[in-house]
Design a protein around this ligand. Structure first.
Ligand SMILES: [Zn+2]
Length: 430
């Protein structure tokens, strides 16, 4: 006999807040088969299946979306610190990456998932290699993700791999989407970009690439490509792919903002990585004002060095304010929206990132019964979370209504992941 309550969960008396709500509200949230089926006044809903009692002092936020990362770089954390970007890549990162194999990528990815799950992240956008191993690892954990095989040059075998990844994993359990991932305009020439854009459009797949991260890259357009960035997007057909995710966008010209304000284009802002690598300050508040979609990412663990969206929300808001000497820009609410629904959308999930009926039950639960939340109320909770809160307050992470982390306990073997990742790291870097 099947259990009628299986797959049902009631989150009772939780403080609901997402990036579109002006005020938090105390409510009961019902979940069935991975989706939110009701959000009602606390006490209104009858218990069915499992019950979690938030006691009026646990916030229920949409799970965070880390829209741009390179998961397995957790194995490379700390390597070649504090060097210029190109020197760091060429001398410390790329030689070690050349020795990576599927097993190392598997454990490095699981280590990243463990870290993200502990901080309330429920979805990540990963660009790397051995993506089949990444997909298998992620599938075992229950996390949601957008995956792309990083492509350099126009290697046929790798391009074939990129599309095979889509054949095998796009749509998997409603949790996986696959993108096409040309690394950057300085590693993939315009002819190859055009071909990839056309194939991606044909297959209705998104494209995820690094875009104007450094000033050097901006100069490369002028001196080597001899065309403007916008012209490249138009001529290669990248502008017409279903979803275009432009990672970094630090050096996007103001004159291009209007053209980039398109439904299918999202800039992935990685403030900590940009600061640590000295890449510059992305003009995010101006982009938002122009109507450009902006999401948040951590970038890889070797250049951040955390995979923690709380840090990115706070940093994005503070960096925008100090860089323009204007405390009114990039609000806490905008930061939360960038860290949740905007990232989900560009990775291909249109019903992820808000607490609404019929949307996916991907959540971060936050304990408000802590000293730094003293005095929170429905109006100020958003600023308490973004400016006073941290990932240390996360007490639960759920994807499709399933607990990935609860009170520091994981749905997978975290001890084994840490031990195996350490073994792989030692093989790589010693
Ligand atoms: Zn990156």
């Amino acid at each position: 006999m099947s259990d009628p309550d299986k797959g049902r969960l009631l989150l009772r008396n939780v403080v609901v807040l997402d990036g579109t709500m002006m005020k938090a509200r105390t409510a009961d949230v019902a979940v069935e088969n991975g989706k939110i089926t009701a959000v009602e006044e606390a006490g209104e809903l009858l218990a069915a299946g499992e019950v979690f009692d938030g006691k009026g002092k646990t916030a229920l936020l949409p799970g965070f979306v880390n829209a741009h990362t390179h998961c397995a770089m957790t194995l490379l954390r700390g390597l070649g610190e504090e060097r210029p970007l190109m020197e760091w890549l060429k001398e410390r990162i790329w030689p070690v990456e050349a020795c990576l194999d599927g097993e190392a990528v598997r454990w490095g990815t699981l280590l990243a998932v463990l870290e993200m799950a502990s901080t309330g992240t429920t979805c990540f956008g990963d660009m790397y290699f051995f993506m089949d191993d990444v997909a298998r690892a992620a599938s075992e954990t229950g996390m949601r993700c957008g995956l792309c095989r990083g492509l350099i040059g126009d290697d046929e075998e790798k391009i074939r791999e990129a599309f095979a990844l889509a054949d095998d994993w796009d749509g998997f359990e409603g949790r996986f989407r696959v993108q096409i991932g040309p690394h950057a305009p300085y590693t993939v020439d315009p002819v190859a970009l055009k071909r990839l854009a056309s194939l991606a459009s044909e297959r209705r797949l998104g494209v995820h690439l690094h875009w104007l991260e450094t000033e050097w890259e901006r100069d490369y357009f002028r001196t080597e490509l001899k065309r403007e960035p916008l012209e490249l997007l138009e001529k290669t057909g990248l502008f017409d792919v279903p979803r275009l995710s432009l990672a970094h966008g630090v050096w996007i010209d103001e004159s291009d903002f209007k053209a980039l304000a398109r439904d299918n284009v999202t800039v992935l802002h990685n403030p900590s990585s940009n600061m640590k690598l000295g890449s510059g300050i992305a003009p995010v508040s101006e982009m938002l004002a122009a109507g450009i979609h902006v999401a948040l990412g951590t970038d890889g663990a070797a250049s951040n060095n955390r995979l923690d969206l709380w840090q990115e929300m706070r940093t994005a808001a503070l960096l925008a304010k100090v860089s323009r000497r204007d405390p009114t820009i990039l609000t806490a609410r905008e930061a939360l929206r960038m860290a949740t629904v905007e990232g989900a959308r560009t990775l291909g999930f249109d019903d992820v990132g808000l607490i609404r009926k019929e949307w996916q039950a991907d959540f971060a639960l936050v304990d408000l019964d802590r000293p730094h939340y003293t005095g929170w109320d429905r109006e100020n909770l958003i600023s308490f979370l973004v400016y006073a809160g941290s990932s240390a307050d996360v007490v639960g992470t759920l994807v499709q209504g399933r607990w990935i982390q609860r009170g520091g306990h994981f749905s997978f073997d975290d001890g084994k992941i840490r031990a195996e990742a350490l073994r792989c790291r030692k093989n790589l870097v010693s």
